[in-house]
Design a protein around this ligand. Structure first.
Ligand code: PAF
Length: 275
């Protein structure tokens, strides 16, 4: 008999490695990049497609979120995905469903403050996906930086047996981060939208080069407001705690959420000289 003190001491049965790419569908090149990483690193690749109502607020875009299962399955087939897991609402949330994961403090600011309940919905469904698919590795995009950190904390705190891999944001040639929600952008907003990333990058690089944090953030906020953006937040944060920083510390990132008309965009710039 052995006495063990960590769940890691229970070695899982050796078997094929499973890579999971959790998505809400409307797949684009950013998702394709996640799938390719999974395909290169795992024996089996599963893509989940589920528009999760629990992570949308009452006045958000759950109803109009793009749904295109057939096209998504074509993309998955072309990338050699072994299985698409596309559950129905009642498969994920059966009658009487009442349990949820509380993501705690790391989910309270930024997206958490502007979208109350959002991360509770995210980690609950991600936890369910992990339990259903039992992935060896799960792949997420850095575009949703806070989501990456919130899921990391959940996996650590609740001893999920999964490794997380985060993949760089894929961008249009003009810098706009790919997102299923870009489909909402009207023609004029689409022209302006890339300025979000140019300001994230400009202020991030200036801070990296020793510039004053407050001055750089203020300058970017001014430029974006002048261009027509409504800013929910534009902040420089510690990548571990997500707390605001007023002097450069690594690892860190400039993060933002903005609105252009009825479209809300989020993006970030991670400082390159990461610790
Ligand atoms: O990033 C997303 O698309 C969603 O938040 C996720 C991780 C699939 C959970 O619904």
């Amino acid at each position: 008999m052995r006495i063990v003190s960590s769940f890691r001491d229970f070695a899982p049965e050796p078997g094929p490695t499973i890579g999971l790419v959790p998505t809400m569908g409307a797949l684009h090149e950013g998702h394709r990049e996640l799938v390719r990483r999974a395909r290169a690193e795992c024996d089996r690749v599963v893509v989940s497609i589920f528009v999760n109502p629990a992570q949308f607020g009452p006045n958000e875009d759950y109803g109009r979120y793009p749904r295109q299962l057939e096209a998504d399955c074509d993309l998955c087939a072309a990338e050699g995905v072994d299985a698409v897991y596309a559950p129905e609402l009642h498969d994920v949330y059966p009658d009487g469903f009442s349990t949820a994961i509380d993501p705690g403090e790391i989910a309270s600011e930024w997206e958490g403050a502007f979208r109350p309940g959002h991360f509770r919905g995210v980690v609950t469904v991600v936890g369910k996906l992990f339990n259903t698919v039992l992935p060896t590795i799960a792949y997420f995009g850095w575009k949703d930086l806070q989501q990456c950190l919130v899921v990391t904390r959940m996996v650590r705190d609740l001893d999920f047996r999964v490794r997380l891999e985060f993949v760089d944001t894929v961008r249009e040639v003009d810098g706009l981060a790919l997102s299923s929600r870009n489909a909402y952008l009207e023609a004029n907003a689409r022209l302006i939208a890339p300025r979000l990333y140019s300001e994230l990058k400009r202020s991030g690089e200036a801070i990296e080069a020793g510039g004053n944090v407050q001055e750089e953030l203020d300058q970017s906020r001014l430029v974006l407001r002048d261009a027509g953006f409504d800013i929910d937040y534009f902040a420089y944060v510690d990548m571990k705690s997500l707390e605001s920083l007023d002097t450069m510390l690594l690892p860190s990132a400039v993060i933002a959420a903005v609105r252009l008309g009825s479209t809300r965009l989020i993006d970030n710039y991670r400082l390159h000289r990461q610790a």
